[in-house]
Every structure is written in C-alpha cells, then in structure tokens.
Design a protein around this ligand. Structure first.
Ligand code: AMP
Length: 514
C-alpha cells in the first residue's frame, strides 16, 4: 500500500506541468487547435464523466477509437482519474475484441458510435458495466456527458508502481499479453527521452503514428507534453501530407516505412525538411541503405532507436555524436543492458546473444499472467527482451533478429538479418525476409522471401550470388518472390505469417531450387 502522505506521482500531473495555458498542444491536419488550457479543461470534464460512469482508480478503461485530439485527451483523462488505459487497435473486429474485453475486464469501454451495433452487445455479453462513444470529430456520448460536467477535477493520487496503462502485445509468439506500464515507468522514460533528444517548448512534432501503440501514444506524445511543445496531428500517415506539413515541423518520429515512402516521392528533398532538427525511427529495423538514401536526399541522418512495449525506449543513437547506420545506439539513461547465451549466462562484448535489460521503465509484468511474467524475467531481475544482438566495445547495440525468428538449420544458428542484408545488397532486390521452415533433414531450412525490382532475377541467380558471400548453411534452400512483404501497422514484417504460408509449401516434396 502506498502511504497516504507520499506525494502523488500521477503521470497526468508529471506530463501536463509544463505546457503554457495559451500554447498549442495539438493542431490537426484539418486546422482544429487545442491549447494546453483546453487540454486541462477537457480532461477534467472527461475524468468527471468517467467517474460518473463508475470508473474508480485502478479500474481499466478499454478504448477503441480513431486518432483525434479528443482521443488523446481521453487517455490523459483516464490517467487523471487514476484508471488504467487499455488502447485497442481500431482494426480489431468484434470477434477479436472479445478476448481483450474478457481479459482486461474493463469498467468502461469507449468505441466509435458507428460501431455501436456490434460493440455494445459484445460489451454487455462480456459484463462491461459502462459503454461510451467517441468519434474522430470528438462527438459521441462521452462528449455529450462531458459537456454537462465541471471542468475541474482533482487528479487521483497515484504512486510510481501503480499501473497507468495495459498494452497488449504478442511479444514472441502466442496469445496477446497485456504489458502493465506504471506511472513511474512512463514518467522516467519520458524524462530521459525529452532530455536525450533535446525537446523544448519551441518544438513542433509531426505526429503521424497510430495512437494504440507505445510509439505514438507514449514515446512521441510524451516528449511533446513534457516539454510543453505542440504536435501536428495527422490521423494516419500519408507521405504526400507529411511532405507538405514538414516545413511547419521541427521533429518527426516515425517507423522505417515513413522514410522509405518519403523517398519514393519524386520531389522530396531538403526543401521540405528545412525547419526539421530531428527525425527518429524505431519499432522495426531501419535499413542502413534507407539511412544513407535519406541522408543524401533530405540532408538528415535519421536517429534510430530501439524499444518495445514492455520497456518503452531501451537504446538510442545520440542527438549529438555519431548516429551509426545499422545500429540502434547505446542504452539510454537509467537502462542497464547485457547479452546472454541461450542458457542465460552473460556473454562478453561483441558476442551475439539475447539482450537482457534492467531499468526504471521495464514493465511491472503481464496482466493476470504471473507465469508469463516469471518467464520474462531472470532470477536476478533482468528482463529478457527476446531480441538477439551484440554490444560493441563502445556500447553501440546491433540487433540481428528476434529469438523466435532465429533459424536453426542442421544445428547451425542462422541470424536472419545477416542473410537479409546480403540479399538486399544484390542488384535487382528491393527487400527481403528470411525465415526458417520445417525441413526433414535439417530441422529448419533457411527460406528467403524476396521483393524484386528485376523480374529476370530468379532463385538460381540469387542462390549463386549468395554462395560467394555466405557460408553454405546460411544460403537459402528456398526462394519465393512476392510483390510486398506483409507488415503490421508499425511496419514490422509479419514473419509468423510468412512461416505459415511457406511451411505448407515446404512440406510438399522438396524440389531443389539450386
Ligand atoms: P513492440 O512491442 O511492438 O514495440 O515491438 C518491439 C520489438 O520491435 C522489439 O523487441 C524489436 O524486435 C523490434 N524493434 C523495435 N525497434 C527496433 C529497431 N530500431 N530495429 C529493429 N527492431 C526494432
């Protein structure tokens, strides 16, 4: 129990302390503007409305709505009420939603009024006591109820170990797990990043990320809030709109696809980036090739950083100093990082192994899954990230893939990234993904899925070229060609989907491709 005389560490107070009343907090692409004073009054009204609907401190509030300034204020209002925010991807169908509503057992569920016919009965069937609606324009029953409420609301006292949000993540494999992030986790990471990336109230952050993932919800928006600066909100990423809005921005945080799509725009160049001081990339690997192309075209070295739902941002390249293409930089302030072998024994610098971390932003655990939480931590308290990588002598980290993506072929470890880099370097290859598929003799066979620019490039030529560069056990046994790699909303290649597709093919009699 938290002592009642301990100061509150409610993240809402931490985040909103700085913003000047008349300063812009969010401006939308459509020209709607919300000041910090309006943020305070709207979150007060929403918090009163939530309380009136029976939401108590510690209760979960599940939210599946489109991105908007009001939706962001709803997140802040849940914090202010002392509730636990549970964002859900608007793409989830009613059938997919059931699991989250049953698992999170929220006191209230907020969704788009257009979806009420499917979602209200589901919420009732899952025993959710209160339903509210909010659309992309900020309208719905939440707004109606809030309009009648007072805009003053005493922020609920919360301690640093109290849970602020639960974000569902599939982690390695299997059923989605709810990562519990506390007020202390999120405040410490927000402070470290605001410092590290030099945010001040003079910044204008172009925010084109979704709001149901840690990158858009926490990492980007918390830097803006904590520095009292403004965000330009795009409901969804569009390379054309980003290029048009960039001249009004000083910073943009993106996933690698943002940068590859901007590079696909014929007229994109330094002119569009003239006011920008910082571009960051995370959530998926930024190819060194993309970094170099962006530096050439836009005159900016994208700052790559690495994070995960369970620990927010873990490493980052520096604001000043070397931004190393292909590396995710060094552990950020407060984070300890080590590399371990499969048995969990720490390895020396330079060796490839599983990254383990400790620090103030590592989650409290998985919601209602004590056994999964126990598996995720070592006996001495380090969190197993599930990512494979190396740490150089100077502390720069390079990732080589997820443990679950490691291919073990004929007893040898094949790191997909190494093969993907060799494939991507071949003329005529746009991009590639390397997976392991079941194989009778080898256990797993290295399999490449390739997007090619040159239709004449066939499996034989690819395999021939790779044989000159890689040890034979790393050379793909199968090569498949696709138009696009399947990706999720954050730009991550869906390797599990590829494994499913190509495992079927591999179980047919193997016709050697080389
Ligand atoms: P999520 O929990 O959805 O944020 O996914 C976290 C995972 O994304 C990490 O464990 C990494 O595998 C991957 N990831 C995040 N940032 C990077 C990066 N800069 N480069 C490569 N992979 C990344």
């Amino acid at each position: 129990m938290r002592r009642t005389d301990a100061p509150s560490e409610n993240l809402f107070d931490v985040l909103t302390e700085r913003g000047r009343a008349d300063a812009t907090f969010i401006e939308t692409d459509g020209g709607r503007r919300l000041t910090y004073a309006e943020l305070r009054s709207l979150t007060g009204r929403y918090a009163n409305a939530l309380a009136a609907h029976g939401v108590e401190p510690g209760d979960r509030v599940a939210v599946q709505v489109e991105k908007s300034p009001e939706a962001y204020c709803l997140y802040l209002a849940v914090l202010r009420r002392g509730g636990i925010y549970v964002p859900l991807n608007p793409a989830y169908t009613v059938a997919e939603l059931r699991y989250f509503l049953e698992d999170a057992a929220p006191a209230a569920f907020v969704f788009d009024p257009a979806d009420a016919a499917g979602k209200a009965p589901l919420a009732a069937a899952c025993g959710v006591p209160a339903c509210l609606t909010l659309d992309a324009a900020g309208k719905g029953t939440l707004a109606e109820r809030a309009a009648a409420e007072d805009d003053a609301f005493p922020t609920a006292p919360r301690g640093r170990d109290d849970v602020a949000a639960i974000l569902y993540t599939s982690g390695t494999t299997g059923r989605q797990k709810g990562a519990m992030l506390t007020h202390g986790n999120l405040a410490s990471n927000a402070r470290a990043l605001t410092n590290l990336w030099g945010f001040t109230e003079r910044d204008r952050l172009l925010h084109a990320l979704p709001m149901f993932h840690a990158h858009g919800l926490f990492i980007a928006a918390h830097c803006a809030l904590l520095s009292g600066s403004a965000m330009l909100f795009l409901a969804r990423f569009s390379a054309e709109r980003v290029a048009e809005l960039l001249p009004r921005a000083t910073a943009m945080m993106g996933v690698p696809t943002f940068y590859t799509r901007l590079l696909d725009l014929p007229g994109f160049g330094p002119e569009a980036c003239r006011s920008v001081r910082l571009f960051t990339s995370g959530s998926a690997p930024l190819l060194a090739e993309t970094s170099r192309a962006f530096a050439e075209r836009a005159g900016h070295a994208v700052l790559e950083r690495y994070g995960m739902t369970e620990a927010v941002v873990i490493t980052s390249n520096p604001l000043d100093g070397e931004r190393r293409p292909g590396s995710v930089g060094r552990a950020i302030e407060g984070v300890e990082l080590r590399v371990a072998d499969a048995e969990g024994r720490p390895l020396s610098r330079g060796a490839v192994g599983v990254l383990q971390i400790r620090g103030p932003a590592v989650m409290k655990g998985y919601w209602r899954q004590p056994e999964k939480t126990a598996e995720a931590f070592t006996a001495d308290g380090w969190f197993r990230t599930g990512d494979l990588g190396t740490v150089a002598e100077d502390g720069y980290v390079t990732l080589v893939g997820r443990t679950s993506d490691l291919v073990i072929s004929g007893g040898f470890n094949v790191y997909p990234k190494e093969v993907e880099l060799a494939l991507d370097a071949l003329p005529g290859v746009v991009e590639s993904a390397v997976i392991g598929v079941p194989h009778r003799d080898l256990g797993e066979a290295v399999t490449a899925v390739v997007v090619r620019r040159d239709p004449a490039l066939d499996a034989g030529r690819i395999v021939g070229a790779l044989k000159a560069r890689l040890a034979s056990y790393k050379v793909p046994k199968h090569v498949h060609f696709v138009d696009h790699l399947p990706r999720n909303a954050m730009g991550k290649v869906l390797k599990s989907a590829l494994r499913e597709t190509y495992a079927v093919e591999a179980s047919r009699p193997v016709v050697p491709t080389h």
